[in-house]
Design a protein around this ligand. Structure first.
Ligand SMILES: *Cc1c(COP(=O)(O)O)cnc(C)c1O
Ligand SMILES: [Zn+2]
Length: 440
């Protein structure tokens, strides 16, 4: 089997479709400004041969085959040498059954694909290993992103592992400590700029060009390629049984784009026969995509100027990948739902009670499922896989405040501890403690 195919970048805009060499350093189409994506040509392997090969690789101890991303590299053959790969054994995340969560949502069963099990605790690692490989291949020495979140944590780890210098730009006064701590620990040069996200992005683009820094923001097409492995691995783990629904939270909508692209390509190659429906869930205070799909056709995309949600990973007012996500949602006969801060917080506690746990943005999935089941959009016997995008320990502050009734939404309104679990202060007295525990 040939390991390498012909890869190019292609403009996503249907009216343009300009093509560029895979080794050009581009983040958007120079002709029309559209999004770029990787596209491949050549002789694709037979589907059964691929399934067998991917299974066999699980028994192989080579780092490349131990990666839950690179094991599936035939689906994103953009490199011309595997020597550029840097792997922290990303992917390999479990599919977990959660009867407690299913009951809460009104479903007979639900399965979580938990990307909080990744090396830096979020699905960003699936994409970052590919983005970093491309940076190495291009001969870059430095990589950068604008983010305080999981992207910077992941980029810092992969860049340092690859011997590149990670540079992180942070909007002033907008810091999430769990994730920032990871970036610092993984050796990222961290710059706080007195400007908002969009201003910083413009600044970083200028600096990237001037100093030869490679940008690993969510617009990077190679990160999207890597994130395709999330659904490929999920289907492999299910022996290629396609679920009825795949549910995920939507922020910048890169993951939605990656899932849809993977599913279309798997179907075109004959690895699956039908497409699951995608359900994208946004937070109510940060739901421009939810609003957009409900507008009359022909209406432009309206960003949310001041996005608000405690689920910081999906606090995005102007998602860069919305044109791709729109295609994927319509191709899969998908839906876009939204959930309130209270709904997300309660769903998160239920995922915790299932013994699983996740960060706030991830819990938007279960909150959304519950609403879709109640509305009759999702059948209660449906086969549903929800992707938990981040680890429970990413945001411990939120958890402690929720369980002790101190959590407030962005408007200062209290979020009820409906499934709260507050610690109890007890005296140093065995009888009293025994009496208390007997009462449980
Ligand atoms: C990045 C992120 C998201 C949002 O994904 P998009 O691809 O931006 O839509 C959701 N949850 C977590 C934990 C994330 O890190
Ligand atoms: Zn173009």
């Amino acid at each position: 089997m040939r390991d390498f195919m012909f890869a190019e970048l292609i403009c996503f805009e249907p009216a343009c479709r300009a093509r560029f060499a895979i080794t050009e350093v581009l983040y958007s189409c120079p002709k029309c400004g559209g999004l770029l994506e990787a596209t491949y040509s050549g002789e694709w392997p037979e589907p059964e041969q691929l399934k067998k090969l991917w299974r066999e690789r699980r028994m192989d101890n080579a780092p490349l085959e131990q990666s839950g991303v690179w094991r599936y590299r035939e689906m994103f053959p953009f490199l011309d040498s595997n020597d550029h790969v840097v792997t922290l054994r990303e992917g390999n995340t479990p599919l977990l059954n959660a009867p407690v969560a299913a009951r809460y949502a009104g479903l007979a069963r639900v399965t979580f694909k938990h990307h909080g099990f990744n090396p830096t605790g979020s699905f960003k690692d699936n994409g970052m290993t590919c983005g970093t490989a491309q940076a190495v291949r291009l001969g870059m020495k430095r990589v950068a992103c604008v983010s305080t979140g999981n992207t910077s944590a992941s980029m810092a780890a992969y860049a340092s592992a690859a011997g590149l210098q990670p540079i992180i730009f942070i909007p002033h006064g907008n810091i999430s400590y769990g994730k920032l701590a990871q970036a610092l620990e993984y050796g990222a040069r961290t710059l706080q700029v007195e400007a908002n996200f969009d201003q910083i992005l413009a600044l970083v683009r200028v600096l990237a060009e001037r100093l030869g820094i490679y940008l690993l923001n969510s617009i990077n097409p190679f990160r999207i390629e890597g994130q395709k492995s999330i659904v490929i691995e999920m289907l492999d783990q299910r022996d290629w049984r396609v679920p009825d629904w795949i549910v995920l939270p939507g922020g910048n909508l890169g993951n939605t784009s990656a899932f849809g692209k993977a599913l279309r390509e798997l179907k075109a190659l004959g690895l699956i026969e039908k497409l699951p429906r995608l359900a994208v869930v946004q937070a109510e205070g940060s739901a421009p995509f939810y609003d957009f799909v409900r507008q009359p056709a022909g209406t432009g995309f309206v960003p949310v100027t001041h996005p608000e949600t405690l689920a910081t990973a999906i606090k995005i007012g102007d998602p860069v990948s919305w044109p791709k996500a729109l295609l994927e949602v319509s191709t899969t006969d998908g839906v876009v739902e939204r959930a309130s801060e209270q709904e997300i917080a309660d769903a998160k506690a239920q995922i915790g009670l299932a013994g699983i746990g996740c960060e706030p943005a991830s819990a938007a999935t279960l909150a959304g499922i519950r609403k879709l089941v109640a509305a009759g959009v999702m059948d209660k016997d449906a086969d549903v896989v929800a992707v938990l995008t981040g680890n429970v320990l990413k945001d411990p502050d939120y958890i402690y405040k929720y369980h002790t009734g101190q959590l407030k939404d962005p408007h200062g309104e209290s979020i009820l501890a409906n499934y709260g679990n507050s610690p109890t202060v007890v005296p140093n007295d065995a009888d009293k403690i025994a009496a208390l525990l007997m009462g449980d």
